[in-house]
Write a new protein. Structure first.
Length: 318
């Protein structure tokens, strides 16, 4: 039994080397990209009451509401001429959606935009000079975040060896994707991203270095995916976070992943069982040897206390 345990011991020793040898690092998979809905006009100076040709592209919503807005639509629908807005059905064949919009004066002064708002909250704006409508200073909303942040984490595509290493508790690679959507009506130029992955509170175990997003247009989404290698031993709960600052209030997105290295647990159970069998066999053998020694030990002659006493002559009387 001891000889048959040597391959297992060697395998476990190799496993220990693999699980402690990996170091943590992160590397970008692709550069950040910007995508999202867009709107364009056939002209940017239109008198009140005249039509303008509107082209909608990149919308995923099935329907969008198109309206003329003042104040750059900073306060949403309250800055727009919603009674004269038009509801447009978005083409589902990936082609552009074209519509004619009659320019009506918004309820607040310019600078003005034509805003298209999808049913799922996506939007796009295009600047327009509404001739005959007054201009005024911009009025910002009293509250609200300027960006929406999303963080997605999933295991990176890996071959058999890397998957096995992960199942054994070795270093594991993840694909982390951060998405930043500009929910304001102005370009955001000073956005900064800080990200980390930790195993315990305030215990950063692997850096996550994203690019500087650069200007993000209104309604646009900046996205980047990087690879992050979590070092061994890969087991337990991990907290991933991305913090976006430089555009209004700081916004954070967080994800939690759990790691259960099944192969490592199975090997550990086999090792414990093997040790337990060795201990039991050792105890059984020791008891057998003791019993064998007792049986083989020669008996020592002893006086028989029950033997008859030799007859003695009676002492003479007198």
């Amino acid at each position: 039994m001891i000889q048959r345990s040597r391959p297992l011991a060697a395998a476990l020793a190799l496993l220990a080397i693999v699980t402690v040898a990996a170091a943590a690092f992160g590397q970008p998979v692709r550069a950040g990209t910007q995508s999202g809905p867009a709107i364009s006009l056939d002209r940017d100076e239109v008198p009140v009451g005249d039509p303008v040709l509107v082209t909608l592209t990149g919308f995923t919503s099935q329907q969008a509401t198109v309206a003329v807005c003042g104040n750059l639509a900073k306060r949403g629908a309250s800055d727009c001429n919603m009674p004269r807005a038009q509801s447009e059905r978005i083409r589902s064949d990936q082609d552009d959606t074209l519509t004619q919009l009659f320019v009506e004066a918004p309820p607040v002064p310019c600078p003005c935009v034509v805003r298209a708002l999808g049913t799922d909250g996506e939007f796009a704006i295009a600047l327009i000079d509404v001739i005959g409508h007054p201009s005024g200073p911009l009025v910002n909303p009293d509250f609200g975040e300027l960006v929406a942040v999303d963080l997605a984490v999933e295991p990176a595509e890996a071959g058999f060896s890397r998957s096995l290493r992960s199942e054994l508790g070795g270093a594991t690679t993840f694909a982390a994707t951060v998405s930043i959507r500009n929910v304001s009506t102005e370009p955001l130029e000073r956005v900064a991203v800080r990200a980390r992955v930790s195993h315990r509170i305030d215990d950063e175990i692997a850096p996550m270095q994203f690019d500087v997003p650069g200007p993000i247009g209104p309604g646009q989404t900046w996205t980047q995916t990087i690879e992050v290698e979590v070092p061994a031993p890969f087991i337990g709960r991990y907290t991933w976070s991305a913090i976006v600052s430089g555009a209004g209030p700081t916004v954070e997105s967080e994800r939690v992943t759990d790691a259960t290295p099944v192969a490592l647990i199975v090997l550990g159970a086999i090792l414990v069982l093997d040790i337990l069998v060795l201990v039991i066999r050792s105890i059984v053998r020791r008891r057998r040897r003791r019993r064998a020694r007792r049986v083989a030990q020669p008996t020592t002659p002893t006086d028989d206390v029950t033997a008859p006493v030799e007859a003695r002559e009676p002492a003479p009387v007198g």
